[in-house]
Design a protein. Structure first.
Length: 298
């Protein structure tokens, strides 16, 4: 008869050692949190890594924290690699099954920030660009954000409308009230005070909206690019999902997706009974904001 370990011991006894290891790793090294992450330390230059022998991931994590490293990898036997380089391009997100790698929190590195249910995002709202430029503007390995479902598209629209562009306290805007990622505090993009004027107050007069440093958030925040365009006549997301190509059907809304243009932006429509729709636009002429997604949160 084959006897399992759990046949002789309560379930909590079986689970406890695993919890101890995970908790110890989380608390090791100055209480920094470590998260399992796909990475390949072999992509780091010899001068940008430290190799040593240890059968303990905990010891590896302690050494990594002591040296200010954010990424460690262990082969499950005796090899530990601490990545010392500040740039993790070519390392993070690259699969190598020989290594178990851990990234130290916070996992969203500035200017990327964690947004609920959407991952690590970088907002480039005030730097308007066309679709072709937005495609190459995200710092590698980040890519232009796209919704993984219609629900995610509604989530980003809800976040922008009701959180990022919520009505500011006292109507104050600009650099004196920055957002968590450092962008100047915006004005509500709907209503009568959509412009951040020269004195850092939201207003709606011509002077409020037309000065050299004024920002009209009704224009800036109404739309943004997404990884979604027409390929071989079919509207396709970057993950190869497609959407119905029919006018008047959500998420298209009233716009005709059959015209000659093959790029689309998400338009925010908080006053309608849906939060967003797609607008078909010219790839190299129209200018909108962009949002980048860091691949570690895909």
């Amino acid at each position: 008869m084959t006897m399992r370990f759990s046949d002789n011991y309560p379930r909590w006894v079986v689970i406890l050692p695993v919890l101890i290891v995970l908790t110890t790793l989380a608390l090791a090294a100055d209480s920094s949190l470590w998260r399992r992450m796909v990475a390949n330390p072999d992509g780091a230059a010899v001068t940008g890594r430290l190799d040593f022998s240890s059968d303990s991931v905990i010891a590896c994590a302690a050494q990594a924290a002591q040296r200010g490293s954010d990424l460690l990898c262990h082969d499950g036997v005796m090899a530990c690699v601490i990545v010392l380089t500040t740039s993790l391009v070519g390392v993070l997100g690259v699969t190598n099954h020989s290594w178990n790698c851990f990234l130290r929190g916070p996992w969203c590195r500035p200017p990327f920030m964690q947004v609920r249910d959407l991952g690590c995002l970088q907002f480039d709202i005030n730097n308007l660009m066309n679709f072709s430029d937005a495609r190459t503007a995200c710092p590698p390995p980040a890519t232009l954000w796209y919704p993984k479902s219609n629900e995610q598209a509604a989530t980003i629209a809800d976040y922008l409308t009701n959180e990022r562009y919520a009505a500011p306290a006292g109507g104050v805007c600009g650099p004196s009230v920055p957002l968590p990622d450092g962008y100047p505090g915006p004005c509500r993009p709907k209503g009568t005070a959509t412009c951040c004027n020269a004195t850092g107050v939201c207003g709606g007069t011509i002077a409020d909206c037309t000065c050299p440093t004024c920002i009209n958030y009704e224009n800036v925040a109404r739309a943004f690019w997404t990884g979604f365009q027409k390929k071989a006549g079919v509207w396709t997301y970057d993950d190869n999902r497609t959407v119905m190509d029919t006018r008047g059907v959500a998420p298209w809304g009233p716009n005709d997706p059959t015209n000659k243009y093959d790029c689309a932006a998400i338009y925010i429509y908080p006053l309608f009974n849906y939060n967003y729709q797609y607008m078909v636009v010219h790839c190299t002429v129209s200018t909108y904001a962009s949002i980048c997604r860091w691949p570690e949160m895909l």
